[in-house]
Design a protein around this ligand. Structure first.
Ligand code: G4P
Length: 530
């Protein structure tokens, strides 16, 4: 029994894919699934208007706008590994869910468009990976299109994201002149063959760097340039150090083309070797061993009304230790109650299926009768413990909520509180004035529409949102600070969260710095704690 459990857990790899929209995250995921045999035709994961919606067709907004607001989880087997991919919404109106998904992953794959370099959304998501010190692997995509200079791309990642890079392979040319990649470890060149968008099997050749046939294959000029670059690279780039990779301080970099399926399998194989099985997670009783006998998990996402007919809520949990079995009785630590997890399900490409068992590293979605909150711990252990909470991520858009029909105050408060509890929005109040004035903060602006829509459809309450100019929110780290005496800039606003914790809102980043300067000892944070 124990041996089997350990074996199952050790073959798990759970990672998130992050990228700016259009960098090729979906295409790369499709190719991964193809290798795992989870789908037999690349292209059936997405199809912007169709397949993805089968997974998360829970809200009209998604249909209307043709985007996926929610994240999904995909599981497949490949070469003895059981892989869980946590997909994150690709639209720029992404929400806190995107950030939270990273809390459930053990590592991250960062997809970068070779012609664009580091883009806004990558930067944001990257911050969370760094905060968690999880390994980050970089896949520089679209090499079949004209790409930026390779050294410049690496430089940009190092400077913009503050992480050292170590290219595992090196591209030879790009766009029409993309010849392939040089594998630094094997000292071989893998030549690129256009697979016509992955529809045709390409013949990739493996050529030694000192093989005279190389010049013939890629051309004399490209060979000369490559040799020069290799020399430069060996002298300049960070040495590969597995320990730094596992702490998230060094990112192994791969080049390829997801669309033509070039470099994808090599990447997957290296990635699987370089990442670890689920690692122990911190709790208030110390670290919890993933292979321990007791089952434990934490809630990282709550999704409401996935099924319109039933108005259900699904709580997504990351299993941190042991084995989950259908119908098992567990303790919900924060609720202080024993419960049975009902209708446990797992996302599998386009389908949801009821599962009977799952192991540490896996993600399960369970029916939530309205008892779970983000960060809650569930376990069947006799000893009570709680996993470290999930940070609250800084909203970037704020609006004052006006209720159209003041008679419906009760429904309004209930609705907005429940939606906030699910973590779709954050609610604040004016400092010291209570519930009268409510300020909503969201990570992506689309959440405002989601809020309006849901209040109207689920709680029959109409609201008007007055956008506020603030873009930066800071939690006050040192509780001893006297809020009354705090002097900020004229654009600063003092607010509080529902627990009464004081926070500050600013219109621009400059004001944050100014306020720090003006108040000695003040410590501000971009992440809140719940
Ligand atoms: P995302 O999930 O990160 O948003 O990106 P997605 O995979 O949807 O890719 C965005 C666009 O880039 C798609 O084209 C896709 O076909 C293309 N693409 C992805 N990888 C590569 C690559 O390696 N090389 C080239 N040349 N293109 C690539 P689209 O026309 O916007 O979408 P679609 O209608 O083809 O799905």
């Amino acid at each position: 029994m124990e041996k089997n459990r350990r074996k199952e857990i050790e073959k798990r790899r759970t990672f998130a894919i992050i990228s700016h929209p259009d960098a090729g995250k979906t295409t790369l995921t499709e190719k991964f699934l193809l290798y795992g045999g989870a789908i037999n035709l690349a292209g059936s994961v997405k199809g912007k208007a169709t397949a993805r919606h089968a997974v998360s067709d829970w809200m009209e907004i998604e249909k209307e706008r043709g985007i996926s607001v929610t994240s999904s989880v995909l599981q497949f087997n490949y070469q003895g590994y059981c892989i869980n991919i946590l997909d994150t919404p690709g639209h720029q109106d992404f929400s806190e869910d995107t950030y939270r998904t990273l809390m459930a992953a053990d590592s991250a794959v960062m997809v970068i468009d070779g012609s664009k370099g580091v883009e806004a959304q990558t930067r944001k998501l990257f911050k969370v990976c760094v905060m968690r010190h999880i390994p980050i692997f970089t896949f520089i995509n679209k090499m079949d299109r004209d790409a930026n200079d390779t050294f410049d791309l690496l430089d940009e990642i190092e400077k913009e994201l503050g992480i050292a890079t170590c290219p595992v392979n090196w591209p030879i040319g790009s766009g029409k002149n993309f010849k392939g990649v040089y594998d630094r470890n094997r000292k071989k060149i893998m030549t690129f063959a256009d697979t016509l968008k992955g529809t045709k099997e390409g013949v990739e050749k493996d050529i030694n760097v000192d093989d005279p046939a190389l010049a013939e294959e890629i051309g004399e000029d490209y060979k000369a340039a490559l040799l020069e670059e290799i020399e430069l690279l060996d002298g300049a780039s960070a040495e590969f150090d597995m320990e730094l990779v596992s702490k998230g301080e060094l990112s192994p970099v791969f080049f390829g083309s997801a669309l033509t399926n070039f470099g994808v399998e090599t990447f997957l194989q290296h990635f699987l070797q370089m990442t670890s099985a689920p690692l122990p997670r911190k709790s208030d009783l110390g670290e919890i061993d993933p292979c321990s006998e007791d089952f434990s998990a934490f809630v990282f996402k709550i999704q409401a009304n996935m099924n319109k007919a039933h108005r259900d809520r699904i709580a997504f949990m990351r299993i941190c230790s042991g084995k989950f079995e259908g119908g098992m009785e567990v303790t919900h630590i924060q609720g202080g109650k024993k419960i049975r997890l009902s209708q446990p399900q797992q996302m599998m490409a386009q389908e949801r299926k009821i599962i009977e068992e799952a192991y540490a590293g896996d993600i399960i979605g369970v029916f939530d009768p309205g008892i779970f909150s983000i960060g809650d711990t569930i376990t069947n252990s006799g000893t009570k413990f709680a996993f470290e909470g999930i940070p609250t991520f800084a909203p970037e858009h704020f609006a004052r909520v006006r209720q159209m029909d003041t008679m419906k105050r009760k429904q309004f408060v209930k609705g907005i509180t429940q939606i906030a509890q699910e973590g779709a929005i954050q609610i604040f109040q004016e400092y010291h004035t209570g519930m009268e004035e409510i300020i909503v903060g969201v990570v992506g602006e689309l959440q405002f529409d989601v809020l309006k829509y849901r209040l109207k459809n689920e709680y029959n309450v109409e609201i008007r949102l007055e956008k506020l100019p603030y873009e930066h929110i800071r939690w006050i780290e040192n509780k001893e600070i006297d809020m009354e005496k705090l002097t900020g800039t004229s654009d600063m606003k003092k607010i509080q969260d529902l627990k009464g914790n004081p926070l500050l809102l600013f219109v621009n980043a400059w004001s944050v710095g100014m306020t720090l300067d003006r108040n000695e000892g003040l410590a501000l944070s971009e992440f809140g704690r719940n």
